[in-house]
Design a protein around this ligand. Sequence first.
Ligand code: PRT
Length: 106
Amino acid sequence: MPGFTLADLAAIVAARADAPPSESYTARLVADPARAAKKLGEEAVEAVIAAIQDDAEALKAEAADVLYHLLVVLHARGVPLQDVLDELDRRTAQSGLAEKASRSER
Ligand SMILES: N=c1c2ncn([C@@H]3O[C@H](COP(=O)(O)OP(=O)(O)OP(=O)(O)O)[C@@H](O)[C@H]3O)c2ncn1[C@@H]1O[C@H](COP(=O)(O)O)[C@@H](O)[C@H]1O
């Protein structure tokens, strides 16, 4: 799909969450949020390994797995993707280093 976005994938996840678990991997994960969260962790570790090994093809595939599983976990726990994007938007007001420094001052 040209111009495919994370919002498009989040909409697919939301639609498939209500499918019969026998027909949908997404529905199975949403039915067991703890398992979904563990899968997210596994995929993140696989992405870390690909990054450390400087394997761009593997990193692309593992990053896709991370993003998909993150969207499933967000859906399972009722956190809209837009809330995450709004948080990132809020953070654009200052640099990451300035934000880190403000935390150490607290
Ligand atoms: N983007 C994805 C996607 N990325 C990864 N995966 C699945 O995530 C799993 C990755 O886990 P592993 O690599 O560990 O493979 P596995 O050993 O089969 O997994 P487990 O049995 O351990 O859970 C695989 O089963 C992949 O198929 C995804 N499954 C679904 N989607 C999207 O969700 C849509 C709906 O899928 P269903 O819900 O299955 O209809 C699809 O059309 C896609 O758009």
